[in-house]
Write a protein that binds this ligand. Sequence first.
Ligand code: HEM
Length: 135
Amino acid sequence: MPIRDVIASYGRCCVHPAFFDRFYEIFLASDPVIRPMFARTNFAKQKALLREGVSMLLMHLEGKPVGTACLDRIAETHSPKRMNVTARLYELWITSLVKTIKEFDGECTPEVEAEWRRALHAGVHYLMMQGVKAA
Ligand code: HEM
């Protein structure tokens, strides 16, 4: 199952205006430490930033330098020295995103879901490695 199936699935999710609303609803409720981290967040902006961030993660996995450059920047802001996004929080993020994808993408087969998990874990692994270097 190639990355292009994940990209196609992401396209089917992003056409729904409520996709990122639902993601943040699930993610913020997934653990009590998360909501306070977004206490001063402008969610209209944040949803657009995350939409772009996931695209960049997928581009990084396709080997596109623009994706890698964007992830390097996100790794720094989320690093132990800055927002301190831990492995546990990244795991909750992946679980919440996959749950949202399954709600919105009617064509998300178990194979597509498995490929999403593989892709998101690879991207998060990269973010954490770069974040440690930035620290
Ligand atoms: C692959 C996973 C993630 C991606 C792609 C991502 C992407 C982004 C992006 C693009 C921003 C905008 C600021 C910037 O560019 O640095 C941001 C902000 C933020 N992210 Fe993430 N993020 C991820 C995971 C997480 C996780 C797991 C948390 C844990 C709670 C988190 C918490 C935050 C917070 C608190 C902000 C600041 C919001 C504000 O400006 O008020 N992120 N994220």
